[in-house]
Design a protein around this ligand. Sequence first.
Ligand SMILES: Cc1cc2nc3c(=O)[nH]c(=O)nc-3n(C[C@H](O)[C@H](O)[C@H](O)COP(=O)(O)OP(=O)(O)OC[C@H]3O[C@@H](n4cnc5c(N)ncnc54)[C@H](O)[C@@H]3O)c2cc1C
Length: 360
Amino acid sequence: MKITLAGAGLYGRLLAWRLAGQGHRLTLLDPDPPEHGHAASHTAAGMLTPWAEADGAEAQLVAAGIDSLQRWPALAADLGSEIDFRPGGSLLLAHGSDVPELHRYQQALSAAGHGGKSQWLDTSAIQDLEPALEKRFQEGLFLPDEASVNSTRVMRTLHQHLSAQGVSWLRYRSADFPASLPQAARDADLFIDCRGLGARRALPGLRGVRGEVLHLHAPDLQLKHMIRLMHPRYKLYLVPRRDDIYVLGATQIESEDRGPVSVRSALELLSAAYTVHPAFGEARVLKTDTNLRPALFDNHPLVTLDDNLLTVNGLFRHGYLLAPLVTELALGLINGRALPPHYHWMGARSSTAATQQVTA
Ligand SMILES: Cc1cc2nc3c(=O)[nH]c(=O)nc-3n(C[C@H](O)[C@H](O)[C@H](O)COP(=O)(O)OP(=O)(O)OC[C@H]3O[C@@H](n4cnc5c(N)ncnc54)[C@H](O)[C@@H]3O)c2cc1C
């Protein structure tokens, strides 16, 4: 098939790569350069943490996340080691007065049937797992199956694969996809819309949810696992990357302001990191980043095929986690396979109809 795809974030790149690999001819449209731009996919911390989401997300999203996480090793192997896939698990911690938060979270996990996936740790078990933390925490919860990837490297690797496959990349903003297109992209058998927030006109109710992250260089610290700090007001995470870099995040604010990280957010995130380990006091802030998570009214992903238009959107805060699953579902639709019954909730009708109702 000849395929025109708009939006070269994570989903546009993944689908283009898979489809080009199947022998289809792809044209990719995006106004931004491949290395940086508006895509939320450039900013994501890359956590693949379905159980840590169990606190706020619905059961069906957590189950989809677990399904997707199981598919990540195969995807990571196909993409190559450059993406820094780290399957080492994550550690949830709380300071003295916040320890009840940890217990409450563990109860929520057990009530959802996932209690067996977590391990309670005492001070010495925490120290065995993360020697750098010494005896700073009395209790912790370890989620051994959780993982992470380096989102910057995933985006770069996908771009390299697409270039090697000869996929044409046009710097073009398609405001009304697929109605208005450049000549080279007009004549296609299939159109794919992965424009994230750029698809507002097509998806009423689509909104951006602001998230802020900081990249820290902390060579005096050797943390091996993702760390989440339980706190009633904000849920801090620290995601280790290569070369002593940690991604510290993230705020979640119902705002479409793309402006720089606020003083308040920086203060809260940095002071929380400092309470995890004082060595963060000497860390250097390499970069701050703000972006908008593309979300529908129900915060569910949307995967639909209407005639010859495939739409993938609404990945909210789970785009990386759900990537292998949602990509497979989308490819299945293209190849004539309907969404499996347990994933009907990602399908068009209910979400779009409800979105329109809410907007009306
Ligand atoms: C701070 C933050 C932290 C996050 N952390 C995580 C995490 O740890 N784990 C996780 O699973 N998820 C995380 N996410 C969520 C994840 O980043 C998103 O769910 C995912 O990146 C969405 O991918 P996408 O390809 O659908 O959209 P995007 O990445 O937003 O890509 C959309 C693309 O469409 C292009 N575009 C827009 N308009 C047009 C147009 N008119 N024509 C052509 N192209 C257009 C844009 O330039 C962009 O390249 C995080 C997000 C943020 C903001």
